[in-house]
Design a protein around this ligand. Sequence first.
Ligand code: GLP
Length: 260
Amino acid sequence: MKTLIFKSAQQAEQKASSLIMEMVRAKPDCILGLATGGTMERVYENIVAEYQKGGVSFASVQSFNLDEYVGLAPSHPSSYHTYMKEALFKHIDIQTQNTHLPKGDAADPVAAADAYEALIETSGGIDLQLLGIGKNGHIGFNEPTSSLRSRTRVKTLTTSTLQANRQYFDSDEEMPHFAITMGIESILSARHCVLLATGESKADAAAHMIEGPLSAICPASALQFHQRVTVILDEAAASKLKLKHYYEQVHPAGEDRLYA
Ligand code: GLP
């Protein structure tokens, strides 16, 4: 696991954006795994800014998002379909038919989850998977005690996750309690995982993810099993790491050295 620690959240976000754009430039028809959440908003802003300068094209890129709420139509203002469209897709040259999210409003969400997993596989698998992390250590919507071998499926959201995401829904509206999410094994199947966490509220989860123990109580700790993971943190999110000085010694100021 490569742990890059940056002085500011802005620098950390810039690093995550750069890794995505480097992937797209190196392999124009790559398959990106994308994430939602407040943390990713600046990452997408950086990408849009670079696209507008002519620095990158997504014309041949395919994308698969991690998750979607069960019961929300793509047009729902709080759906992840809407989030992705507003934050990224409508600003760049990615083809709509090449962007994929789980079908939260499917009549049979269980079958929709299986179909999503199969589509990722038949498309050739994800080259780079962008990830955030929940305060409780979730990745995608794989809540604590998710099977470490899980594939895309329907998960029940925890109270902690419902509270954290309540702000994205109207106050008089009931929030979905279920989501279709890529599983932990689905995420581990990506060829490169890039996880971005910023702010003190993520410090406990980041410490558990990186330094263990490896346990389903912190789903992100499963990334310890992956061959190629880049964790990008700001100082605040890195503040509870026992070996922080070691990571800074290996990667001064977040320098992305080949060996780690
Ligand atoms: C949601 C998403 C996750 C994301 C998490 C953290 O639960 N399903 O993919 O990592 O929120 O979001 P934020 O960046 O808003 O803290």
